[in-house]
Design a protein around this ligand. Structure first.
Ligand SMILES: [Zn+2]
Ligand SMILES: [Zn+2]
Length: 324
């Protein structure tokens, strides 16, 4: 009898372990671009799904549309994280906040919107609430939307643990996006022994390599600027100085050696703007310093992480990482 009970317990435990394994960490690139208004690369936004948690990192342009394409209700997002306060990471915030409150199947937020970000985040949410006061007044009065759904639960954070719920843990790491853009954060997401690292916007910074050492997935920014453009528009010199070249990124990748690296937040600027980022060029330059598995991110590319990391193209078909 005792033996039978033990056996039943062991079977139950195995089933539990199986169920836990069947609950992978999922990552979707919602926006792989920058302020450049490319239709193929909306600006920075990444979705991480871990059990019941749906975490959004940055609010790039068009992140509402990408979430709609994924059929994820805006109101279903459980927490939001901002890397830094550059506009290409924020212009989608008012849209997700206001549209996410609407009484519709694709929105329906009924609780305050949870937002973590660097110093200035709380002030920004207060100012947005003032800027959109008339819309809020009208919809409360006219559509009888719940007032809690348009409130913010915002936090100015420092580097360190930020969020821990339902087995997922989010830690902010400080990165170097230039002296005048401080603080700027990258994020580490851990769930059931799996680890995803987002670089945020950064120059070459070995702290990212340290955080991503042996990680499952490293999502890193990259920047290529045509020298002729720098001559015509000198601000591009400053922009270039705030980001990571493909060769520098490759050094970080070699040092960290994660299971897979993917470029997102791809700065590619030329005198005559081009509609698409030349992936071959990014890969070729990265290969000067890194031989391992690599992908150039595209909007709606996704990753399923359990005992391995499976990349999927925007249509959901399996994608093989590039190897040298
Ligand atoms: Zn930036
Ligand atoms: Zn940026």
């Amino acid at each position: 009898m005792m033996r039978k009970a033990l056996l039943a317990a062991a079977v139950a435990l195995l089933a539990f372990a199986d169920a836990a394994f069947a609950d992978p960490l999922k990552v979707t690139l919602l926006g792989t671009g920058t302020p450049t208004p490319r239709v193929s690369n909306f600006s920075a936004a990444t979705l991480v799904e871990a059990g019941p948690e749906k975490l959004l990192f940055d609010f790039g342009r068009g992140s509402t549309m990408r979430l709609f394409q994924k059929q994820i209700p805006l109101g279903a997002l459980t927490a939001h994280f901002i890397t830094h306060l550059h506009s290409d990471h924020l212009v989608g915030l008012p849209d997700i906040w206001l549209s996410g409150w609407l009484g519709t199947p694709w929105a329906s937020r009924k609780a305050p919107m949870v937002v973590f970000g660097p110093k200035g985040t709380v002030a920004m949410t207060e100012n947005l609430t003032k800027a959109f006061a008339e819309d809020i007044r009208i919809r409360l009065d006219d559509e009888h939307l719940p007032p809690e759904g348009i409130a913010f639960d915002a936090h100015d954070i420092v580097a360190g643990p930020v969020y821990e719920k339902n087995g997922v843990k989010v830690t902010a790491i400080e990165v170097n996006h230039g002296e005048k853009i401080k603080p700027s954060f990258g994020y580490v997401v851990q769930y059931q022994g799996k680890r995803v690292v987002l670089s945020g916007d950064t120059k070459y910074d070995e702290r990212i390599a340290a955080a991503a050492k042996g990680a499952d997935l490293l999502i890193h920014e990259v920047c290529v600027i045509d020298p002729a453009l720098r001559e015509k528009f000198p601000s591009y010199k400053d922009i270039e100085a705030h980001h990571t070249s493909p060769e520098e990124a490759g050094k970080i990748f070699s040092e960290a050696s994660p299971k897979l690296v993917v470029y997102s937040h791809i700065v590619y600027a030329t005198v005559k703007p081009v509609p698409d980022v030349p992936e071959d060029l990014l890969v070729a330059r990265t290969r000067a310093t890194y031989d391992g598995p690599l992908l150039v991110g595209r909007d709606l590319m996704s990753f399923v992480i359990d005992d391995k990391v499976q990349a999927l193209d925007p249509k959901g078909e399996a994608l093989q990482p590039l190897v040298k």
